[in-house]
Every structure is written in structure tokens, then in C-alpha cells.
Write a protein that binds this ligand. Structure first.
Ligand code: G1P
Length: 295
């Protein structure tokens, strides 16, 4: 019996330099895809996967994320007085319950591995999920989003799970890359991983796409892992250390992942998520056709 995954860690301390000037005063996680911030898409994906506790590793100037997941008394009161029940109900349904969020700060930008390590006391001694909020996912042919598919793989294999996605070989140097051992199709054994391999040296074109299930022993490894690619404490290096004694499986997510941390990825996410919304898609499709027709 594998332990149920109840907690998800969201590292949200990043500066968002790839989308300046939008992120000068607004955290990149608060940029809007269709009608909700990127981070809310991630929290919804986590909720759909059965996550109960949302752990945010924030940094300076990220307070608005905490406010976003709190009640907004004045707004709610005004909506109620104006009879906007639908809007009010939607707002409340999106707000996590009392005690279901935790916030801690990564005081210095030392890397993703360090950010995850900052959550060690809040996570405690149980397996947990990590969701990188730059990446947002649309459900695949199995009808679920990426984290739910990772949890399914965890139930089947136990140990640690990493979601992966295929990219052109020319892009692998920007990501963590895994190599494939015994292959089960949708999932496979990972027998190697490397963070941001120099061009032409990647062991495969399967990149780590921002969803993980990790065992709590990762924290002990991260405490001792040195600086890696880019001079940062890398989560991939920590996982590589843990893979000496625990299993790692990859999950080929069958849906689509969008990297909202890049300008083009962010724009593509807006188009794709709008087309996936029954209330917006018909009108938006008509607009899009006009634009595409003029290309
Ligand atoms: C991080 C991870 C990398 C992963 C990527 C996905 O890199 O370290 O392994 O492939 O996210 O977006 P970053 O984007 O923070 O450089």
C-alpha cells in the first residue's frame, strides 16, 4: 500500500525575468491565463488530483499570492449585496478551506532544490507532490491532468515519480532530462537524470516537465547537495542522489503542458485554455479565425 499524497509544494519565489516588464510589480504566478492567475490553474490541477494541503514557498514581493487564496471579505460582501450569487459562489468554491494552505519563504534565490527543501518541516515525513507553477497542463486523452496521472503512477509503482514530456533535441539543454530504463509505455523506470545538459549531450529528448511525487527522504539529500547547473542547488541533483536507494519512474503525460514562464508559451497557453472553455471558446474561435486568416 502506498501512502496517499495529501500535500503539494508550489515553489513560487522565482523572479520571472523572462517576462519582464509584466513581472516588475506582479509575481509571474499571478499573470492571467484566460480569467485566473497561473497559480490558480496549478492549484486546481492539484485539487483535482486529491491534494488537500497547498504549501507555497514564496519570496519577497509575493504577498499577493497569499491574499489570492484567502477570503476577500469586502469583495464578497459587495457581491452578495449586489445579488451576484454566481460570481460569489465561484469565488468561494475556488478558495482553499481554513488551514489548508501554508506559506514559507525562500529567503535567497538559491535554486529549485533549495526552494523545495524550505518546505521540509511543513511537509514532514510523508510523500508529497511538487508543482512548478511555470508549467500549466490541459487534460489529456485519459481525462485527467498531469498531477493526477503522476499520483496514479505512484499508486502503481510507489517510490518517486517524475512527469516528462518529449521536446525537440535542440531544446533539451534548457531542462532536466531523464533516461529511460524498463519501459511500460505510459510509465517507465528512470535510470539516469541530468539538469540542463550542454547541447548535444542529453541522454534522451524526455524533459522533466514540472510535476513530481517525491519521498520525504529527498529533504535529507537536498540538505547536502552542492551547487549544480547555473550555480544553483538543483532538485534534479537531489533526485539523482536519492535514486541510488529509491526507485524513480517517469510518466509520459498524455495531455499538453504550456511553459507560461516564456512569452510565446504564455500566449499559447491563453489560446489553448480559452479554446478548452465551453463558455468562451465559440466567440474566441471566431476572433482567432479572423487573425489566423490574415496570417
Ligand atoms: C526547472 C527544473 C528542470 C525542469 C524545468 C521545467 O528548471 O530544474 O529540471 O525541466 O524546471 O520547467 P527551471 O525552469 O527552473 O530552469
Amino acid at each position: 500500500m502506498t501512502k496517499r499524497i495529501r500535500k503539494a509544494v508550489f515553489p513560487v519565489a522565482g523572479l520571472g525575468t523572462r517576462v519582464l516588464p509584466a513581472t516588475k510589480c506582479i509575481p509571474k504566478e499571478m499573470l492571467t491565463v484566460v480569467d485566473r492567475p497561473v497559480i490558480q490553474h496549478c492549484v486546481e490541477e492539484a485539487r483535482e488530483a486529491g491534494i488537500e494541503h497547498f504549501v507555497f514557498v514564496t519570496g519577497r514581493n509575493k504577498q499577493v499570492i497569499e491574499d489570492h487564496f484567502d477570503l476577500a471579505y469586502e469583495l464578497e460582501d459587495t457581491l452578495q449585496k449586489r445579488g451576484k450569487e454566481k460570481e460569489l459562489a465561484a469565488l468561494l468554491a475556488d478558495t482553499p478551506g481554513a488551514g489548508n494552505t501554508s506559506f514559507t519563504r525562500q529567503q535567497a534565490p538559491l535554486g529549485l532544490g533549495h526552494a523545495v527543501w524550505c518546505a521540509r518541516d511543513i511537509v514532514g515525513d510523508e510523500p508529497f507532490a511538487v508543482i512548478l507553477p511555470d508549467m500549466i497542463t490541459l487534460q489529456g486523452t485519459r481525462g485527467s491532468r498531469c498531477l493526477a496521472q503522476c499520483i496514479e503512477a505512484h499508486e502503481a509503482h510507489g517510490g518517486n515519480i517524475i512527469a516528462v514530456e518529449e521536446v525537440p533535441a535542440s531544446d533539451t539543454h534548457m531542462y532536466g532530462v531523464v533516461s529511460v530504463g524498463r519501459d511500460h509505455g505510459h510509465s517507465f523506470e528512470i535510470n539516469g537524470m541530468v539538469e540542463k545538459p550542454p547541447q548535444g549531450t542529453a541522454p534522451s529528448n524526455l524533459i522533466i516537465s514540472g510535476r513530481y511525487i517525491l519521498q520525504p527522504e529527498i529533504f535529507g539529500v537536498l540538505a547536502n547537495v552542492g551547487k549544480g547547473a547555473g550555480g544553483e542547488i538543483q532538485l534534479t541533483d537531489g533526485m539523482k542522489g536519492l535514486s541510488d536507494r529509491q526507485s524513480f519512474h517517469g510518466v509520459r503525460f498524455d495531455g499538453k503542458t504550456y511553459d507560461t514562464g516564456s512569452k510565446v508559451g504564455f500566449l499559447a497557453a491563453n489560446v489553448a485554455f480559452a479554446l478548452a472553455r465551453p463558455d468562451i471558446a465559440p466567440a474566441f474561435r471566431a476572433e482567432l479565425k479572423k487573425i489566423v486568416g490574415s496570417l
